[in-house]
Ligand binder design. Structure first.
Ligand SMILES: Nc1ncnc2c1ncn2[C@@H]1O[C@H](COP(=O)(O)OP(=O)(O)OP(=O)(O)O)[C@@H](O)[C@H]1O
Ligand SMILES: O=C(O)C1=C[C@@H](O)[C@@H](O)[C@H](O)C1
Ligand SMILES: [Mg+2]
Length: 189
């Protein structure tokens, strides 16, 4: 679980949502921020803005995944350093990069929440999301099927756990239930 040995204060509380594609970071994050009256930062959306509104799929095909990842580290650091209370929804691969992992773990006055679900559930949500073609290019070059979700999730799960303070199971619960569970974590750390 995350530790705060190199923490630095940024003048506000943060709820940082991490986990695999389709776990609901953006959906839940937006809802939690609205309920709390806090700012909401979706790092994927900030990256898209920085590339002039180009979709993630287009960024990857034009500039390569690496360019996206470099920008992602920069944007995650900025979000964690941001002033004031905020809910931050990370991209699914953000914490796999050391710079972003360190910024997340070092973020002071933050609750880091891993939204966890089995590969089958994540695959179902990804494949049912009309935005997936634009926002979720293949991570393996072998397509975006259940096999890819299983393979990449297995490689990432340990890092998701290491970056988080709390794990919330999102396999079955409704948006309202997940949101209230997360809001209930504030002040308990
Ligand atoms: N608890 C839930 N129950 C059912 N569907 C959900 C739930 N949470 C999210 N979804 C749906 O799953 C899809 C993916 O959600 P979302 O975009 O929030 O995931 P994400 O974690 O932000 O993914 P990414 O890492 O790709 O940004 C959306 O269509 C959303 O409506
Ligand atoms: O899991 C990942 O590596 C990604 C997840 C999305 O949020 C986007 O950040 C992008 O599609 C990469
Ligand atoms: Mg998202």
């Amino acid at each position: 679980m995350g530790n705060s040995s190199e923490a630095h204060y940024n003048g506000g509380m943060k709820i940082i949502l991490l986990g695999y594609r389709g776990s609901g970071k953006s959906t839940v994050g937006q809802h939690v921020a609205k309920k709390l009256g806090w700012a909401f930062v979706d790092t994927d959306e900030v990256i898209v803005e920085r590339f002039g509104g180009m979709s993630i799929a287009k960024i990857w095909s034009e500039y390569g995944e690496r360019a996206f990842r470099e920008k992602e580290v920069e944007v995650v650091k900025e979000a964690c350093d941001g002033k004031g209370d905020a809910v931050i929804a990370l991209g699914g691969g953000a914490v796999m990069q050391k710079g972003a992992f360190d910024a997340v773990v070092g973020c002071c006055d933050a609750v880091r929440v891993y939204l966890s679900a089995p590969a089958e559930v994540l695959y179902e949500r990804i494949s049912g999301d009309v935005k997936s073609d634009e926002t979720r290019p293949s991570l393996t070059g072998k397509g975006t099927g259940l096999d890819e979700v299983r393979e990449i999730l297995a490689k990432r799960v340990e890092t998701y756990q290491a970056a988080s303070d709390v794990i919330v199971d999102v396999a079955a619960p409704e948006l309202e239930q997940v949101s209230d569970e997360i809001i209930g974590l504030i002040g308990q750390q």
